[in-house]
Each structure stands twice: as C-alpha cells, then as structure tokens.
Design a protein around this ligand. Structure first.
Ligand code: 4GX
Length: 253
C-alpha cells in the first residue's frame, strides 16, 4: 500500500513515519510513504503557498495551484490515481469502520490542511474529507499521521502479529480488557498499597481466562461507552455475560 502526503512540514511527517510499526513496514517495503513538500509545487521565487481570503477576514488560505500540481504530480508517471483525502474538521469523523473502508484502497493521498483551510476549488480533486475528531488542531499533519497509522495496521504484514490485529478490541467493537505483566504483586505509595494481578490470570485455566477477559471488556464498555454495544459483534457467551452484567448478576462461576 502507498501513501502520498502533501504538507508544508515535510521533515516532521517524514520523521514521524520512520518510527515504530509504520517505520518498520516502510523499511520492509510492505508500505510506501512519499512526502511531498507543498513549496516544491510553487513557481514563484518566494515559494508562497498561502494567500489572504477573498471577501476579507482573518487568517490565510492555501492557494489552489500548488495543491493541484502536487496532486497531479502523483500520476505524472502514468501511475494509478490515488484516493485523495483532505484532513479537515468538516470531514467524515474517523472510526475503525472508516479506517477499514480506507484500507481497501491501494493508494491514498492525504492533503494536510493548514491555516483557515484550502481554496474551495481544491475539493474538486478531493475524494473525501476526513476529521480525526471534534477539536481544533493547527494543521492536518497529525491527522494525516493518525490516518496512516490506523490504516497501515490493517495492511497484511504491517503488524507482525496478525492475531493481535484480528483480536483488536475496536476491530470487534468493544473496549479492551485489562492487561497485566510481571511481577504478580507490586507495592506502591507511602502507605505501601499492595496491588495484585487477578488470580484467574495466574491459574492457567485458559477457558476461565478467556471468559474473564470477555466479562471485563463488556463491563468496561457498558460502564464507559455503552453506545458501542449496539453495534458490537458478540458471541453467545458474550451475550450471556452482558445480560448478567446488565442485571448486575454476580456470576456463580
Ligand atoms: N481533524 N484541523 C486542518 C485547516 C483546514 C481547515 C479546513 C482544511 C479545511 C482537523 C481535525 C483540524 C484544523 C486541521 C484546521 N484544512 N483536521 N486545519 N480535527 O482540526 O482533521
């Protein structure tokens, strides 16, 4: 899978995609990320990418021509046209469902918005606007990195352990269960509080561990994000556990 990113901060984006799971996938050529410096697509001496808004008002707007040239450059060699995204608060809010849909495109271009936004005519080359959430950022670079990270994880071979992607809590529409690692007992604070790992996880009873994890994931989802349960895909055991939790039944086992 290939990503093209158009930005006025190419060094920052290039640095970020070199890190972690995405960085390793790029090294292994499972993933390709090409970062385009928007200023390379200007034609004036000062490499100007923005201008004042027609009609007046505060702030600046990204000029259309450099963005047109940047997007058109992606297919200049006869390559297939990418699915073009614009990061913007006006966009489709990113969810795992949207991430899954995006991951079916072999090539995605992401235009990072800046300032007050982009000249409206750029939208004629944009297939979809994507927002990473209802808050205001200074630019589309972090949203672009979020899209790349979330989509890349679904590309076969990017995450080492395919099983962990398949079991990923959000992939199934529930919050995750609690995780513990060694040591089995830790002491913390001045009062010397003793914090233990739940006994069931040390039991070696894998059926009971699976059931405990399901119950914990369901309890957390019910407590923190009950609206997720409407669309979650639950197996029979999970449906039964959820009924118990909703009735506040203490399970006998
Ligand atoms: N999820 N921002 C983009 C400039 C802008 C405005 C309109 C295009 C159209 C954001 C978000 C976000 C702030 C990035 C405004 N670009 N982007 N920028 N939340 O807040 O994606």
């Amino acid at each position: 899978m290939k990503f093209d990113v158009v930005t006025i901060f190419p060094a920052a984006v290039q640095h970020a995609v070199g890190m972690g799971i995405v960085g390793r996938a790029v090294e292994r050529q499972v993933l390709e990320v090409v970062v385009h410096d928007l200023r390379d697509y200007t034609t004036d001496k000062h490499r100007v990418v923005d201008d004042v808004p027609y009609g007046g008002g505060p702030g600046m707007v990204l000029k259309p021509e450099p963005l047109f040239r940047a997007i058109e450059s992606m297919t200049a060699d006869g390559a297939d046209k990418p699915f073009v995204l614009l990061t913007s608060p006006q966009g489709t809010v990113l969810t795992q469902t949207v991430v899954e849909r995006l991951s079916r495109h072999p090539r995605i271009a992401i235009v990072c918005g800046r300032y007050e936004g982009v000249d409206e005519r750029v939208r004629s080359l944009v297939d979809e606007e994507i927002s990473i959430g209802d808050y205001v950022l200074s630019g589309g670079e972090l949203p672009a990195l979020v899209v790349i990270d979330a989509v890349a994880r679904l590309v076969p071979g990017v995450v080492g352990d395919e099983q962990s992607v398949a079991e990923d809590s959000f992939g199934r529409g529930l919050l995750d269960f609690p995780h513990y690692t060694r040591p089995a007992v830790v002491t913390t604070g001045t009062a010397g509080e003793v914090l233990k790992v739940p006994e069931v996880l040390l039991s070696g009873n894998h059926a009971e561990i699976r059931r405990w994890r399901k119950r914990e994931a369901l309890a957390r989802t019910l407590e923190r994000r009950p609206e997720l349960l409407a669309h979650a895909s639950l197996d029979d055991e999970e449906k039964e556990l959820l009924r118990e939790l909703q009735a506040d039944i203490r399970p006998s086992r």
